[in-house]
Design a protein around this ligand. Structure first.
Ligand SMILES: Cc1ncc(COP(=O)(O)O)c(C=O)c1O
Length: 438
């Protein structure tokens, strides 16, 4: 029987039901410390980790990270609420988004967080929000275009015209020529404190060179802007995309990301080398996936086993509802035969969910010849799984249990069927079913 952080998985499923997300507190803490130490070791100035809550918005995750001293990256009012409600220090929180509303800008200023400006009209919205005498702290989002990036980006993520062109056409950020007037306008506004720059171009590659290329391109943009207007940033934010070794978006394709220590050291070095001499801003990074990916194990119970046409299908009670990025992001998860860890892996099976979709969680996997009731553990289900999970086929989403030295405790209740329809309403003229048919 597989154990997760000392808990037998059959015991967890008996107590909390199946399927079940099991969140491991020590892993969240260890991942945070690892990424924080990696950048601390590589950057001679101060460095801070801002957790990107979009990767997993479970409040308990955020609360653990708040205890650790992590800042936060957030999008919109929902993520701002979750980030602050679970204890993040507003001085270390930044709001991203390519189309922030007046309400979001207002809430960000009221909370005292940093706004990562991503459009000229945000300055007007800030001016509006500050008319009562408040001040706004901002970074300007840059669009960095490393010329050699296509050499390092995954062929699994092909972009027509190349990746650099894809970044150029993406909605986020400003090239240096667009950033300069914006920077000057922001600096001229008395209610705005411009702290620095931010960029994020995603988890492009498992290769260190890709991250180095982005850091070098950010430094080049900062250098050009400094040459043009003399601005010296106090913060540079390299965004997220830092991959865990077992990143499900790379792993199935035979690609293993290098350790964060290697990537952080090389990125920090490239950034520093490209800045004007003597410029040493604080370094911020916004990891999401790195912090949560391996901190959640999704447990599921086997159902129908079907053998036909030379094939074997092992149903489980989780589905691609719970791991939607299998279909929309080509994710590949390691799946363990959790209740039969010592049995020979003597059959090749497709592990599938039961929903009215192909719902293949793992194709062609070696497993002990499956039986109804077998338990499976799907590893690395912490990133962009619960956050993307859906209720297709009106299936309620599972509970999440936090395991720690304090024991096991539900931190997200299992949805009920009533929850699924709670916000719906059938108008009164539709209530008398069957009358029309007569
Ligand atoms: C602005 C920003 N920062 C950070 C992240 C986190 O990225 P990851 O989870 O790949 O580290 C994202 C993800 O989309 C993002 O848009």
């Amino acid at each position: 029987m597989l154990q997760v952080d000392g808990h037998d998985v059959d015991d967890l499923l008996r107590r909390f039901g199946s399927p079940l997300n099991v969140l491991v507190e020590t892993t969240v803490r260890a991942n945070y410390r690892r990424v924080a130490n990696a950048f601390r070791a590589g950057w001679p100035g101060s460095s801070r980790v801002l957790y990107a809550i979009k990767a997993n918005s479970t409040l308990a995750v955020r609360a653990i990270l708040s205890q650790e001293g992590a800042g936060g990256d957030c999008f919109g009012l929902g993520e701002l609420h979750a980030t602050l409600a679970a204890g993040a220090d507003p001085a270390l929180v930044a709001m991203n988004g390519s189309d922030k509303t007046a309400e979001e800008i207002d809430a960000a200023i009221a909370a005292g967080i940093t706004i990562n400006i991503d459009g000229a009209d945000e300055l007007d919205l800030i001016a509006q929000a500050c008319r009562t005498g408040r001040r706004a702290r901002v970074n300007l989002r840059l669009k960095v275009l490393p010329p050699d990036l296509d050499r390092y980006v995954e062929p699994r993520h092909p972009v027509p015209g190349g990746y650099v062109d894809g970044v150029r056409r993406a909605k986020w950020g400003h090239t240096v020529s667009a950033a300069l007037p914006l920077l000057q306008a922001a600096r001229a506004m008395p209610e705005i404190d411009v702290h620095g720059f931010t960029c994020h171009i995603g988890h492009l590659s498992h290769r260190t060179e890709a991250f180095v290329a982005v850091a070098a391109a950010l430094a080049a943009a900062v250098r050009d802007l400094h040459a043009a207007c003399g601005f010296v940033p106090s913060v540079l934010d390299l965004g997220g995309g830092w991959a865990p070794e077992r990143d499900p978006s790379f792993r199935g394709h035979g690609r293993v990301s290098p350790p964060i220590e290697t990537v952080a050291a090389a990125s920090a070095k490239a950034l520093l080398a490209g800045l004007p001499p003597g410029m040493l801003p604080a370094l911020w990074v916004e990891p999401g996936r790195f912090i949560v990916s391996n901190a959640v194990v999704l447990l599921a119970r086997g159902g129908a086993v079907k053998r036909d046409a030379g094939h074997c299908w092992m149903h489980v009670d989780a589905s691609t509802n719970n791991l939607p990025r299998i279909e929309s992001g080509d994710f590949h998860y390691t799946i363990l035969p959790a209740s039969r860890m010592h049995d020979p892996m003597d059959e090749t099976v497709d592990i599938v969910g039961g929903t009215c979709f192909r719902s293949v969680l793992g194709a062609g996997r070696a497993m002990p010849a499956p039986r109804r009731g077998d338990l499976v553990a799907i590893l690395d289900a912490g990133m962009y799984a619960e956050a993307f999970a859906n209720q297709f086929n009106s299936v309620p989403r599972p509970a999440t249990v936090l395991v720690s030295s304090h024991g096991a405790e539900v931190v997200k209740a299992r949805e009920t069927i009533a929850d699924l329809f709670r916000n719906q309403h059938v108008p009164c003229w539709l209530e008398s079913a069957g009358e029309g048919a007569a």
